[in-house]
Structures are given as C-alpha cells and as structure tokens.
Design a protein around this ligand. Structure first.
Ligand SMILES: Cc1cc2nc3c(=O)[nH]c(=O)nc-3n(C[C@H](O)[C@H](O)[C@H](O)COP(=O)(O)O)c2cc1C
Length: 315
C-alpha cells in the first residue's frame, strides 16, 4: 500500500497494557493542572488521555517564587510538587475528571513507600482514574529522586504500591538524572510497573549575572522543552531496546515534543504513546495539531496505525 487519497484513515488508537486511548497524545504531568485550568484553551475530551499534576497525601505549598524561568529552547521549573493534597483532590478535582470520558492518569508523589501506597490505594477506588503514575523522578524536592535514582529502593517501592493497586494501571515515571536509566526501568518492571513513562526534567540551573543570584529561588530546577528532546529520544530508545520491548511494557515518551514530527520521532524510538508539557504553554492546541499531523504522516507513509511506527527506527 502506498498511501493515496483513497487510503482509509489511519487508526490512531493505542492500547497501553489494556488502557485504550483513541489517540496516542496526552498531557505531561504538572503542565495542565487538574483539567479545568486547561479546558478554556482545548477540548480535553479530544485527547488520548489526561495526566494530572502530582497528588500527595498532605497539602504541599511547593517552593518559593520565582519557580520558573525561560532558558534557550526550554524552561527551568522548581514548582516543588505544590498541590492541595489527597482529600482535596478527591472532593474538588475528581468530579470534573469523572465527566471527561477519556482515560485519566493521576501523577502520585510521596516521601516514602507508605505515602505513595496511601495515595494510590485511595485513587484505585475511583473508577474514572485509569492510571497511576508514580513520580519517582522529581528533581525539585529534596527527596524527589531518592527512589528513582536507586534501583535497590525503586523495586520494593513499586512492589509495595503494587500490592494495593488492583484496578488502575501502574505507571512509573523515570528520571534522566541517573547513570543507567535501563537499570531503573528494569527495577520498575520487576516491582510490577505495567507502563513506563519517560523522561522527567533534567536537573539545571540559571544565574542572573547582574545580581549574582540564581534565577530560581530554589537555586536549581528541572529543564524541559525542545532543548531536552534529543536526550529524551535517546533514553526512550535505550529503555525500549534494553528493557521494555522484551518485557512487553509500553512506554509513554515525553521531553520537548512540540509538533507531530517530534512525536513521530518518539514513536520510532519506541514510545507507544506520547505526552506534551512545555509546548502547551506556547500553544495549548498543539496536542490536536500533533494528532492531525500524525494521521497525515501515517497516510503518506502507507501505514495503518501508530503501532506500525513503534520502535521502527532503522539503526
Ligand atoms: C511547570 C512544570 C511542572 C511539572 N510538574 C510535574 C509533576 O508534578 N509531576 C511530574 O511527574 N512531572 C512534572 N513535570 C515534568 C513533565 O511532566 C515532563 O516530564 C517534562 O516537562 C518533559 O516534557 P516537556 O519537555 O514536554 O515539558 C513538570 C514540568 C513542568 C514544566
């Protein structure tokens, strides 16, 4: 098949370990709140899935301001997992999310395994929540990377949460700030992760040379946006070829995706689905544009589905 005007419309739907999405495009955690903040700018129900900002047991105020700064080809953030806590999420945010009718993934953070488990146990009881994404990769809180940078701690953490999660898909979000991301991916899979998501932000710092002060009150932050895309593509390809393909664990790829070409690159590297964060600050409709672009790209290539792209880079 060569891809002509008469070709059937390609199938953009993807199935991530049983989580069925009508297209492979979702928000990246922390960049579009809990939904209502984003809904004036984009029909959220058009997305393959919606991913919330982090939820922790207790309210967290986050880091002091300023906590974002623009950098070449991206931005640094040090939000510090600010959120209103589990109870507020259940009473204030879930009613909106339960009306969406698309898969909802909640990003979960905690100081220790019990806190992760407490949040996940409660959210597993909420029918509209399709996936739980364990954020073991936040560079902006003091203990954010304790689990995500140590395979010997990550596996028991995931296994502990696994015991309490019976229904929702368990996703582990990996950090690029490690020596061997595949070791972390393997630990997550051994612990019971059904899906891997990567990458979280890269540790970074910017200094105001007039005042000699760091641009972020937290001193350091996490770098996101187009500047990190080649790093993210490499790590998705590494995790796909070294761990995920053989384990049959799908990857949600992210890091600097700003258009359909970037998305296609991640699929070719091994991502079954993709998430977009920083680029939505420039244009919230970019997620819909990516879907349209991917559909036309598949047609031009004579391919039938997103699955035909996954991991197909010719190395
Ligand atoms: C302002 C901001 C807040 C973020 N908050 C979270 C968060 O709460 N949990 C998380 O796992 N990742 C968080 N991230 C990381 C993103 O989900 C994503 O992994 C990263 O930004 C790379 O994607 P991007 O280049 O498309 O933004 C945040 C990123 C930004 C820019």
């Amino acid at each position: 098949m060569t891809g002509t005007e008469t070709s059937p419309t390609p199938d953009l739907s993807v199935n991530l370990a049983g989580m069925v999405m009508k297209n492979p495009v979702m928000t990246a955690s922390g960049t579009s709140g809990y939904g209502p903040e984003y809904s004036p700018y984009l029909d959220i129900t058009s997305l393959g899935a919606f991913v919330t900002k982090a939820v922790t047991v207790a309210e967290r105020k986050g880091n002091p301001q300023p906590r974002t700064v623009e950098t070449p080809g991206g931005m640094l953030n040090a939000i510090g997992l600010a959120n209103a806590g589990l109870e507020d999420f259940l009473t204030e945010k879930v009613p909106y999310l339960s009306e969406l009718g698309i898969p909802v993934i909640v990003n979960v953070a905690g100081h220790d395994a019990e806190e992760f488990a407490t949040v996940c146990r409660a959210l597993d009881e909420v029918p509209c929540i399709t996936g739980l994404e364990l954020n073991v990769s936040c560079p902006n809180v003091s203990d954010g990377l304790d689990y995500g940078s140590d395979a010997a701690r990550l596996e028991p953490l995931v296994a502990r949460v696994r015991k309490d999660v019976r229904r929702a898909k368990l996703i582990v979000k990996l950090s690029p700030n490690v020596t061997d991301i595949s070791a972390m991916a393997q630990a997550a899979v051994n612990g019971g992760a059904e899906i891997l998501s990567l990458i979280n932000t890269l540790g970074g710092m910017a200094i105001n040379v007039d005042t000699f002060k760091p641009m972020l009150a937290n001193v350091t932050g996490g770098l996101s946006g187009p500047a990190i895309r080649p790093v993210a593509v490499r790590l998705v390809h590494k995790v796909y070829t070294e761990v995920a393909r053989e384990a049959g664990v799908p990857i949600i790829g992210m890091g600097g995706i700003a258009n359909w070409r970037d998305a296609a690159e991640f699929h070719l590297a091994g991502a079954a689905a993709i998430a977009v964060g920083t680029a939505t600050f420039v244009d919230p409709t970019v997620l819909n544009q990516i879907c349209d672009g991917l559909s036309k790209y598949l047609t031009r290539k004579g391919l039938h589905s997103i699955g035909d792209l996954v991991g197909q880079v010719r190395t």
